[in-house]
Design a protein around this ligand. Structure first.
Ligand SMILES: [Mn+2]
Length: 234
């Protein structure tokens, strides 16, 4: 039975359906998102709904889900991308949506691969990796950059191939990363007009569909009244 791993969706619900159409999956084949289901795209609630309502689909935690969890706890202020997603979801449904995000595991280990949203610290077993590193927060990235040369994935030493999202590692070409058949990076910037990438296991076969547009640029213009002049939305 094939498993489809999906790169950063960021509210790109239409492209999710395009990718599922292209994948040729049977109706109950497993689907796993690499995190960052929400923020910056046109339909964060639609993407959340798909993963809530599809029994054979699940997601791991991305840094954007982690931001919503921390915003709702009052630990950090929301960035504009969280303010917009919260408006899309609606106040009535927001706590339940964030509770759903908080149920996502910080990593998954499959027979064929390890899945994390962000990064990996060499020399540390999976169960002892820092959450900030796995999820790809700025502090987790700083921690790695102070200790290891970049790119971090050149030092990958886990027991199985690693699949990550979070970054375009192709110098802006919006292409997936395949590093020595050991590290696969599948964020190809769909919400900015790139593409949505999937990886089919156990064969590690890449599939992709084009983005339907620069969704984040469109949203920033539509919600420009939320941003104070000179502020860079993130
Ligand atoms: Mn991310």
């Amino acid at each position: 039975m094939p498993t489809l791993i999906i790169g950063d969706l960021h509210g790109c619900a239409a492209e999710l359906l395009d990718l599922l159409d292209k994948s040729g999956l049977a109706s109950d084949d497993p689907i796993i998102a690499i995190g960052d289901l929400v923020d910056r795209g046109p339909d964060s609630p639609g993407v959340l709904r798909f993963f809530q309502q599809t029994p054979h689909a699940r997601s791991i935690l991305g840094n954007h889900e982690r931001k919503h969890i921390r915003v709702l706890r009052g630990e950090i202020p929301p960035a504009p991308s969280q303010v917009i997603a919260r408006q899309q979801i609606g106040e009535a449904g927001y706590p339940a949506a964030v509770a759903f995000m908080d149920s996502f595991p910080r990593f998954l280990e499959l027979p064929e691969a390890i899945l994390v949203h962000g990064f990996w610290e060499p020399g540390v077993p999976l169960s002892q990796q820092r959450e900030t590193v796995l999820v790809g927060t700025l502090s987790g990235e700083d921690y790695l950059r102070q200790r290891f040369s970049w790119p971090w994935y050149a030092h990958y030493d886990g027991s199985k191939p690693l699949i990550v999202g979070h970054r375009d590692y192709s110098d802006g070409r919006q292409q997936p990363l395949i590093h020595q058949d050991r590290v696969y990076g599948i964020d190809t910037r769909c919400c900015y007009g790139g593409s949505l990438t999937g990886l089919l296991l156990p064969d590690f076969r890449l599939i992709s569909v084009p983005s339907r547009g620069d969704h984040w640029g469109t949203l920033q213009r539509r919600y420009s009244a939320l941003f104070t002049p000179g502020e860079t939305p993130s």
